[in-house]
Design a protein around this ligand. Structure first.
Ligand code: SF4
Ligand code: SF4
Length: 83
């Protein structure tokens, strides 16, 4: 499956422990500072982009049918995996 243009859910809902320019990492539910207005990644292809971002593969389960579904699924995953 391909990443859906105009989504950006996985750059907003999850926490990301290390993020350039975000001391302490990106909190869950907070828009990544590198997410552009058109919901593309400003660090795409650059060495500063966290490896977990590059390694994340779109999937039917995570991405769902639309952006709202992806945000909901990722928010629930974050809740389930937060100690
Ligand atoms: S949730 Fe899926 S479709 Fe949305 S930005 Fe992430 S990978 Fe792309
Ligand atoms: S660095 Fe890019 S891919 Fe990673 S969360 Fe931020 S905007 Fe998304």
């Amino acid at each position: 499956m391909e990443c859906r243009p105009g989504c950006g859910a996985c750059c907003i809902a999850p926490s990301i422990s290390v993020m350039p320019g975000m001391p302490g990492g990106k909190p869950a539910g907070v828009r990544c500072i590198h997410l552009l207005d058109d919901l593309r990644c400003a660090l795409f292809g650059l060495p500063q982009r966290p490896s977990c971002c590059g390694g994340l593969q779109p999937s039917a389960e995570m991405c769902g049918g639309d952006r709202q579904a992806a945000l909901a699924w990722l928010t629930e995953l974050e809740r389930l995996t937060t100690p």
